[in-house]
Design a binder for this molecule. Sequence first.
Ligand SMILES: NC(=O)C1=CN([C@@H]2O[C@H](COP(=O)(O)OP(=O)(O)OC[C@H]3O[C@@H](n4cnc5c(N)ncnc54)[C@H](OP(=O)(O)O)[C@@H]3O)[C@@H](O)[C@H]2O)C=CC1
Ligand SMILES: N[C@@H](CC=O)C(=O)O
Length: 774
Amino acid sequence: MLEIYKFGGSILKNADDIRKIADIIIKDGNKINIFSALHGVTDGLIKIAEYASKKDVKYISEIDSLRDYHLKICSDLGVDNKEIGEILIRVKDISEYLYKEGFYDLSLLDLIVGYGEILSSNIVYLFLAKDSSNIELIDAKNCIRTDSTFTSAKVDFEATSSLCKNLVNIGKINIITGFIASDGEGRPTTLGRNGSDYTAALLGKIFSAGKIVIWKDVDGVFTANPKIVSNAIQISKISYKEMSELSYFGNKVVSLMALSPAISDDIPICIRGLYNITNEGTLISSKTDEEMGIKGITAIEDVSLININSFNILGIGEFLKQVFSAINKANINIIMISQSSSESSISICVRSDEINEAIRVINSEFTKEIRENIISIDVKNNQSIVAVAGFKIANQSGLSGKIFSNLGLANININAISQGLCAMSISFAVDSSALNLCVKLIHNSIFENKCVNCLIIGNGVVGSSVIKMINSQRQYFLEKGIDLRIIGYANSKEVFLPSGESFKYSSYDEIISWFSKEALIHYVLIDCTSSDDLVANYRKFIDHGFNIVTPNKKANTLNFDEFEKLQNCLKVNKKYMFYEANVGAGLPIISTIKDLIDCGDEIVKIEGIFSGTLSYIFNNLSNGVKFSDIVKMAKENGFTEPDPRDDLCGMDVARKLLILARMIGYRINLSDLKIQNLVDATDEQIFEMFDSANKENKTLRYVGLIEDGKASAKIIAVDNDSPLASTKHTDNIISITTKFYNKTPLVIRGAGAGADVTAIGVVSDLIKLANILL
Ligand SMILES: NC(=O)C1=CN([C@@H]2O[C@H](COP(=O)(O)OP(=O)(O)OC[C@H]3O[C@@H](n4cnc5c(N)ncnc54)[C@H](OP(=O)(O)O)[C@@H]3O)[C@@H](O)[C@H]2O)C=CC1
Ligand SMILES: N[C@@H](CC=O)C(=O)O
């Protein structure tokens, strides 16, 4: 199967690129190979023409760097530079002529600019010809015939076809200049920007190629410009129609012009990356990837929006006819139209550099009506058109909602919108200042809406275990349709990113702005610190789109006014806060109480052992170990609070009791709780308590109680056969008496502290959140 390869300037930067390209051509034995100019050379040649014709001597230094660039590559490749040197002298001669004349026209521009392709193709030819006699160099001026529309010449297909068939020997490896052609009088012409793609497509059509491969510095067509949307996805298959839509609206991977010869003869075009040849690229053909209804988001920048209102005086048909014919006569390209038939108003988008002319022709068309205030015109500059394209645009219900609700939340205003019934795209105009955010938001709302993006602050005992659990269970969650993605984790000074990079921070604002600039759809802050400071910033995170999941008890034990403000902020922003690990680590205490309340049950009493650390201490006292040593062991095992005094003074239990008490409707603060403090207890005092309880066949337990609007906690010597006495290790045991569970209370028991069980509580919250969001 004959294939046409085209190599663009972005992969013609140095000798290494040319070696890679030569390897591909030789390995594949590819017969028709089209070359653009070396990277940046076309622009360089335009500059030379402009400087020289304006008698600016800067053209000389441009010529020098052009020469040095090409000769260095020749020397790096070890090719004889005589031929290249001679071509460069011709370029110099032309520029000296332009300098002398102080003038250039489009035909002279085509003459000089075309040397870019001549130089690159000669270098490649010379390099390949060192090892093979089967290489042919073809100057496309000798086989692509055009009219004389310099800089964007129209191809005479019949003449070109017969010239190519005569000149190109497909038994050989042909190195052919892209972009350039000549008119009937033999004058050099060019095919317009990205014209080399068009040369490739033309040759594909002429030689009935099986495929046209466009080699680039990117691996294929992406769902958005990866320079704007870092998580853009490579598309494996896209139809001609979809690609045409993307190209029309600004995707530069392949030009619209190049698509048409391929479409007419159904020749697939493959976009492939030179630097990643194992990647199979994107195939543009009559078939699409049906699974992927929407293929991408693209944008045209630098447009202006003209709104013309006719106040219904003229018939709509007549009014529109006049608008379009005026614009058409001025040869101005209308990029997008949006019409409101009820008001006979119409919005049209044109390129910014054509706006003045467009306004002039409309004004002159409607001079009388404007004077009589029948027609008014207003203009919005600095606009960009964003388009979402794909074969399922027209019949995908909910798509507009998905797109526009996220834009609305980000305060991005749509200035005009356009979509046809059978359309492959929906397009709209936004202020250019909002463009990047807009593209990211739409991209992520379509392609990333199945992800919960987790930012973990605090990577100590609990945080590290949460990170490990999310990563190790990733595949398991994916199979359930939940994509938990860690976008970063932080300690108190530094944020670490998945790329391996990190940045230091001094305020949470820096963290918020870093992550919100990605405009992801579902964010969650996982607070694995015990910080009050971070809690004080929750509302900022929530205002920027974050949900919260946390084992940190500080938020739910804020002073009641602050606590209510936080609840209100969540409500206003429609965000969620989950905190199962606040009480009993991974034990389902919070969720059970919530379920009972949601079912209309009334909680009468909650009682039990709420501290894993104190449980561990009293469970181990029986082994004759000192109280102070057991505290150390509890800290080493990760059961205590970051500051173990919070456990010993009863504050940790107090927080847990307050959290549950507030859940069941008590409007109380920490200061309202009666809590026994053990922080100053000596080993001897604790042992004495233990010993006297033991003598009475009792066991010491630190017990919390919530009942009758009050909450308290203290050490109690419980009977040895009491369920409270039966706990082991770090066990918590919580008994819940309710209107329905009144004879036998509902009891939850299990490990109440430690990294893994707490991480389970956090991750189960993430799954609950994901099930709501996704
Ligand atoms: N351990 C357990 O069994 C349970 C713990 N919890 C709760 O989990 C939370 C974490 O506990 P644990 O992992 O043991 O604590 P650690 O002390 O092990 O880790 C705390 C982490 O938070 C970071 N950090 C501290 N202050 C700040 C701040 N102001 N801003 C940003 N990061 C900060 C620390 O960073 P750096 O190292 O730089 O200081 C560290 O990475 C606590 O709220 C605790 O109550 C809840 C249930 C059970
Ligand atoms: N330090 C706490 C940890 C869980 O909240 C405890 O010991 O219970």
